[in-house]
Design a protein around this ligand. Structure first.
Ligand code: NAD
Ligand code: MG
Length: 384
């Protein structure tokens, strides 16, 4: 069980919920990191007394250094700071709750240092999953998923000694706020409409990904990498109630599911306490009170991001990194209200057709694919 964590992305939705779990479990906090939220991270630092606090933004870090001068906590900045937090000797576990590809280098560092990695940062596995998983095996690190679907699968696989018994992983998908709409009806959807998720309260980027269904596409790739399975053995099903968090189908026809109320603290807690389960004050699921459970096929004609992700999952190479980089840039532009909802899949498609793909890429080639994808989206937006 985890004794001390470095928490990357402590001011975000997963980061704040991780600190709630940490309070409950009495786990120590060795490092906290965020992008630029000086006020919140100062408050967190004063409560948890970590050895190191990092803000990626240099000016914000300078401001924080001044504010924390009285408590003697070291303040770092930039990628160097994130990597230092990921490799701090006093932390046995690194929780990666940053959003986006920015999490890749710190995750690789944590793997190299043989930490337990509680991984929420799915973009890292989407862009460089094969490389990351090879490093996990080479270094003997432990990677435990925090994403609710992947945690559900991880839980269903406890006791499965032979991975060839798995027939299929089935990821559930809430369908997001626009379930049932056609491609044409999606066109006019605004930032405010897309930020209203029916079941989960999450950071802005993943909430938009949940509205476009890119989130499910990213998660299919995440599951393929985590469990080393081909696309033909990973599928998604719409389940509006978010009670069944995902399922594993075995070759004898048995389907195992993990169920519960939609609450990210459960997968966070499990990643920290694995292989044990601890008593928790979380609201239990009352089967007699929950809505009837329904399942349906996703509509990939309307939600084109899911179809794009499946195509990239099949192609492999740098296509997933290009798709992810273009999506991060397009979602950023949608959140700034510079583009429309259906421009997101269009810009990702354009980046994929414009940029030459590389098979079996190195880390440098993945980073370059990501850079080119963001550049392609920025140029395309200027032309809109
Ligand atoms: P969020 O936007 O609420 O928080 C992101 C965190 O990352 C913040 O602390 C922010 O300061 C930090 N950050 C952002 N840019 C950074 C940068 N350039 N350098 C350093 N730190 C930076 O996001 P979230 O919803 O908590 O999601 C975090 C990750 O977890 C994402 O990859 C998301 O897909 C995944 N995830 C989230 C949920 C959820 O319920 N929120 C569920 C499953 C998976
Ligand atoms: Mg998820």
């Amino acid at each position: 069980m985890t004794k001390s964590i470095s928490l990357l992305g402590s001011t975000g939705s997963i980061g704040r919920q991780t600190l709630d779990v940490v309070r409950e479990l009495g786990v120590r906090v060795a490092a906290l990191t965020a992008n630029s939220s000086v006020d919140l991270i100062e408050k967190q630092a004063r409560e948890f007394h970590p050895r190191l606090v990092v803000l990626y933004d240099h000016d914000a870090a300078k401001e924080l250094r001044g504010r924390l001068a009285d408590v003697g906590i070291e303040v770092g900045s930039g990628m160097e700071g994130l990597v230092a937090a990921a490799s701090l000797p006093e932390a046995d576990t690194v929780v990666t709750a940053v959003v986006g590809m920015i999490g890749l280098k710190p995750t690789l560092k944590a793997i190299e240092c043989k930490k337990r990695i509680a991984l929420a940062n799915k973009e890292t596995l989407v862009c460089a999953g094969e490389l990351v998983m090879d490093e996990v095996a080479r270094c003997g690190a432990e990677l435990i998923p925090v994403d609710s679907e992947h945690s559900a699968i991880f839980q269903c696989l406890q006791g499965c000694r032979d991975r060839s018994e798995i027939k299929r992983l089935l990821l559930t998908c809430s369908g997001g706020p626009f379930y049932g709409l056609s491609y044409e009806e999606l066109a006019g959807k605004s930032r405010a409409d897309a930020l209203k998720h029916p079941n989960w309260s999450m950071g802005a980027k993943i909430t938009i990904d949940s509205a476009t269904l890119m989130n499910k596409g990213l998660e299919i790739i995440e599951a393929m990498r985590l469990y080393r399975l081909p696309l033909s053995q990973v599928d998604a099903v719409i389940h509006r109630q978010s009670i069944v968090h995902s399922l594993v189908e075995f070759r004898d026809g048995a389907l195992l599911a993990q169920m519960g109320t939609p609450d990210m603290k459960l997968p966070i807690r499990y990643a920290l306490t694995f292989p044990t389960r601890v008593v928790s004050s979380a609201e239990p699921l009352d089967l007699l009170k929950c809505a009837p459970l329904t399942f349906a096929a996703p509509d990939e004609d309307a939600f084109r991001c899911l179809a794009i992700a499946r195509r990239c999952a099949k192609q492999g190479g740098t296509s997933c990194a290009i798709m992810n980089g273009a999506n991060e840039a397009a979602v950023g532009a949608f959140l700034d209200e510079r583009i429309g909802f259906n421009d997101i899949p269009a810009l990702v498609e354009a980046a994929l057709s414009e940029i030459t793909q590389v098979s079996s890429p190195s880390l440098e080639e993945i980073l370059e694919a990501d850079r080119l994808a963001r550049e392609s989206v920025a140029k395309a937006i200027k032309r809109l």
